[in-house]
Design a protein around this ligand. Sequence first.
Ligand SMILES: Nc1ncnc2c1ncn2[C@@H]1O[C@H](COP(=O)(O)OP(=O)(O)OP(=O)(O)O)[C@@H](O)[C@H]1O
Ligand SMILES: [Mg+2]
Length: 302
Amino acid sequence: MTLGRALLRRRLLVVTGKGGVGKTTVAGLLGRWLADRGRTVVVIEIDPRESLHRLFDAPPSSGRVVAIDDRLYLQNLRPRDVLDQLTRERLRIGFLARRVLDSPVYHHFTEGAPGLKELAVLGHAWRLLEGSTAEAPRPDVVVLDAPATGHGLSLLAAPALVSEVVEGGPFGAMARQLAEFVRAPEETGLVVATLAEEMPVQETLELVEGTRRRLGRAPDLVVANALYPPLPSPRPGAVESPRARLWRLRREANERELRRLAAAWDGPRVELPLVPAEAGAGLLGPLAARLAASLDAREAAS
Ligand SMILES: Nc1ncnc2c1ncn2[C@@H]1O[C@H](COP(=O)(O)OP(=O)(O)OP(=O)(O)O)[C@@H](O)[C@H]1O
Ligand SMILES: [Mg+2]
């Protein structure tokens, strides 16, 4: 199956990568591409610094689902809010729920229990996909911009880990169900964002290896983001300005790292240019067009 078609069938796409490489931007772009091809999409950002909305010139979500159009929705999610909500639903008696939510034991547990926040996030995505929450129209797909600190890989590995430890109760059942969901390659995919620079490429290769080892498969796609566009060749005899020299060196470094990436990763790769815009349509327009051209070209070529 072609890359584009495979991506269009996924119900959950997790975007991961090193800090600052463009994960949130790539998650937004994938959401845009999927929505433009008829899928109803919720892009979830897990980051208190909220930046996803800036790509779409939309107001911040502050936890709510924000509609960009009738197919594309954004949500900034605090895992903690999901856990509190679940607790409230389980303890229907208000004062009891409040006492639990205020208790130090609950705080310690929700902050410390390994895998709990990951499970809450995936559980939230699952509930959206199953249509069992009134927050958003039922999406066909959730794109998850994984938290900056933990890797998307830990997120996807969490349900299996938790279900090994917690066997009984609603929690164990939820962990098992989510483990099955993220293990199914036709349902859940991983997208790795990177810069074509030494450290991010190194980390990407380690991530690919970790995905093979821990999840038993490879990412769907690696996106090499923010590449310096090739510099026009200088006129013969012209003196290179310092700025042009810097640009040329950066471009050469990008090319070197792309070769290193390609030597170790023969799976699907998309390249996105560095665009001279901060946010909004100036950034979204050219990047969305480039992503669509890459994904649709692979479709046409097959
Ligand atoms: N191709 C690009 N061209 C120009 N600017 C870009 C590009 N990709 C991302 N940016 C900008 O770079 C900054 C970092 O991008 P983004 O927020 O998507 O990274 P991130 O990996 O999500 O970061 P963090 O790890 O902090 O969450 C943002 O200001 C974004 O607008
Ligand atoms: Mg981000």
